[in-house]
Design a protein around this ligand. Structure first.
Ligand SMILES: [Zn+2]
Ligand SMILES: [Zn+2]
Length: 427
């Protein structure tokens, strides 16, 4: 998940009661934190595997790898899937792994996706399983996503009841530069067709194990825009003999503020942020060029188009009025993430069956962060859900140098995937 904004309250955490009767002496000896899980038998079953997978999660956390360089993680996933009897395909987007398991006579095909990349952040968690790689860290919990799906994979292979084709998709480079598009361009859905696809992200600010759903637009599109303004440099004492790109840049920054306030429907969501202005080095020199870096977001495809049209029009007209030349590099990055109705309804029903009505959020607010899984949802119906990371080690936001995935969620998340597979893959 990329660039999150969280505004949920932790207050509900106090309303949730947990059963913490799962811990035994072995767990304590291994330093595994007490498990606070509800009592669905599938969660109990997955908890039996939990020590193995908590160790695995921490091992992945200790060895984070940046997008498209997930060699060790990819190998580890492939080895395990092989050992549990999956047909394993490697190489989509380089480090991507797909494990396939077929059973029974149903023609139904389900895709479950986990991301596996880390971030260029220096870890400061102080945890015993902190990153051993300088400047690289699992600060978005993708170590946990990979582990939850692997724990489910083992359970499903050994004890799962389903009929159809299960495709477990381990995707590189969610954060950057976008492994979903690469996997799809290299034939993901031709080789592994899916009738529906699902993904899960851990979410600080919700109680541990809370399952959070939303139908419709859920995460924003994210576009990166670079505007380069070229004037004529000169002496700071003689501005009339120069064409000042700095003044033009200042005018453009202000003009851009009118797009959200004056052009976008007030009931719609849009963000135009100028995150960087680069120009000049000395007070007595009028620089030749100024550059602006923008982050542009929307929760609706038409609003996204409107933002691009208005940014281009305003920048061009403003630049002309100041006598400078503008070049606009407009990169469309991740699209709006839209969860489809039928698949979200199923995802929600499975959540209620697993943890109960009290521990799900049926229709959460959308977020202005963005997510690479949106690209997969443009090709296949499905739903993206979240699992609360709790108020403990995950109390800071994702992408924080102190962040850590909550290991209590390994069994809850894996049980969710196993139950979803059983409910979706039926005759
Ligand atoms: Zn992230
Ligand atoms: Zn993420």
């Amino acid at each position: 998940m990329v660039v999150m904004t969280i505004n949920y309250s932790l207050a509900v955490a106090n309303l949730i009661s947990y059963d913490d009767g799962h811990q035994d002496a072995g767990d304590i000896a291994k330093g595994i934190p007490p498990v606070k899980s509800p009592t669905h038998p599938l969660i109990d079953a997955l908890h039996a595997h939990s020590p193995e997978f908590v160790d695995l999660r921490r091992d992945i956390h200790r060895h984070p790898e940046l997008g498209l360089a997930e060699q060790r993680t990819s190998q580890l996933i492939a080895d395990r899937l092989n050992s549990w009897g999956y047909a394993v395909h490697r190489g989509l987007a380089g480090t991507g792994v797909v494990g396939q398991l077929r059973r029974g006579s149903s023609a139904r095909r389900l895709g479950l996706r986990a991301d596996m990349d880390a971030l260029p952040i220096q870890e400061a968690s102080g945890l015993p399983w902190a990153s051993v790689h300088d400047g690289v860290m699992h600060a978005c919990g993708h170590d946990g996503h990979t582990t939850m799906l692997l724990a489910a994979a083992k359970y499903i292979a050994e004890q799962g009841h389903f009929s159809g084709t299960l495709n477990l998709i381990f995707q590189p480079a969610e954060e950057h530069p976008g492994g979903a598009r690469l996997m799809i361009e290299q034939g993901l859905f031709e080789r592994f067709p899916c009738d529906a696809i699902f993904a899960m992200h851990n979410m600080p600010g919700f109680p541990q194990g809370q399952l959070v759903f939303r139908e419709g637009p859920t995460m924003a599109s994210s576009d990166d825009v670079t505007i380069t303004l070229t004037g004529m440099g000169g002496h700071g004492a003689m501005p009339h003999k120069a064409t000042d790109a700095v003044v033009a840049a200042a005018g453009i920054v202000l003009a851009l503020q009118t797009i959200v306030s004056r052009n976008v429907d007030p009931l719609q969501t849009a963000v135009v942020t100028v995150g960087a202005i680069n120009a000049g080095r000395a007070n007595n020199v009028i620089p030749q060029q100024a550059q602006l870096e923008l982050s542009v977001r929307a929760l609706d495809r038409e609003v996204r188009d409107l933002l691009e049209r208005r940014i281009r029009a305003l920048v061009t007209a403003q630049a002309e009025s100041f006598g400078v030349k503008a070049s606009i590099d407009y990169k469309r990055d991740y699209p709006v993430l839209v969860n489809t109705a039928e698949e979200t309804a199923l995802a929600r029903r499975v959540g209620i069956e697993l943890v109960g009505e009290d521990r799900i959020t049926p229709q959460a607010e959308p977020l202005t962060g963005s997510e690479d899984f949106a690209v997969m949802l443009e090709h296949c119906p499905g739903s993206y859900l979240m699992i609360g990371n709790g108020a403990g080690e995950g109390s800071c936001l994702v992408h924080n140098p102190g962040y850590d995935f909550n290991d209590d969620n390994v069994s809850v998340g894996a049980a969710y995937w196993a139950l979803l597979a059983e409910r979706f893959l039926v005759d």
